[in-house]
Write a protein that binds this ligand. Structure first.
Ligand SMILES: O=P(O)(O)OC[C@H]1O[C@H](OP(=O)(O)OP(=O)(O)O)[C@H](O)[C@@H]1O
Ligand code: HPA
Length: 182
């Protein structure tokens, strides 16, 4: 089976330069919040989707960081219920630390809300959520808003820049959507 680099019907939603500007702005906001911290801040990347975004953001941060990850998924092919499946919890100690959580997309809010509960339960003193893109509040199944949002997007299934479409296209350097068939 051949797989196109970009699906034929895909439409561009956010181009590379808009993404790079958003990454710069988010890094500046995090630097203003955390520069001068006496203690290292823990940055947790949410795998898999947050990996590409975190890879862009982390080298722009200018304060002491401990980088770790967690893997929690709702939408993999084995999971038909939409319940959050924890595949890996962070290995670093969160108690008494400030935590930044980096994820690709805020959609129904279930993933971020559960991660927030986990970090707070583990004793983090502050949890700051940074998402690359956020769908409208009307999409939330649970009330949750991120502290920092790269770009607000419409309620469309999107992929690229870390986000997958049937397991593919995380490597695309821009964000695409598939228009509704008419
Ligand atoms: O706001 P929500 O509706 O909870 O959805 C957001 C989550 O969904 C995606 O993860 P997914 O479970 O697809 O795993 P992935 O990161 O491996 O793609 C995405 O990476 C977010 O973590
Ligand atoms: O629109 C989306 N695209 C990719 N992954 C997602 N996870 C939740 N929503 C989405």
């Amino acid at each position: 089976m051949s797989v196109d680099v970009v699906p034929v019907k895909a439409k561009l939603l956010v181009d590379e330069s808009a993404l790079q500007s958003a990454f710069e702005r988010l890094a500046n906001e995090l630097n203003s919040r955390f520069m001068g911290e006496a203690e290292a801040v823990v940055l947790l990347t949410v795998m898999n989707g947050g990996m590409v975004f975190a890879g862009q953001l982390i080298p722009k941060l200018r304060f002491p960081l401990i980088c770790d990850y967690l893997h929690a998924t709702r939408y993999d092919s084995a999971n038909k219920t939409g319940a959050l499946d924890w595949k890996a919890r962070p290995s670093v100690e969160l108690a008494g630390r400030k935590v930044i959580v980096v994820d690709d997309i805020l959609d129904q809010g279930v993933t971020c809300a559960a991660i927030n509960a986990f970090c707070t339960g583990a004793g983090a003193t502050q949890v700051v959520f940074v998402v690359m893109v956020a769908k409208p509040e009307a999409c939330r199944k649970v009330a949750f808003e991120a502290d920092l949002i790269g770009l607000s997007i419409p309620d469309q299934f999107v992929f690229g820049m870390g986000m997958d479409y049937s397991g593919l296209y995380r490597n695309l350097p821009a964000i695409y959507f598939m228009p509704e068939e008419s």
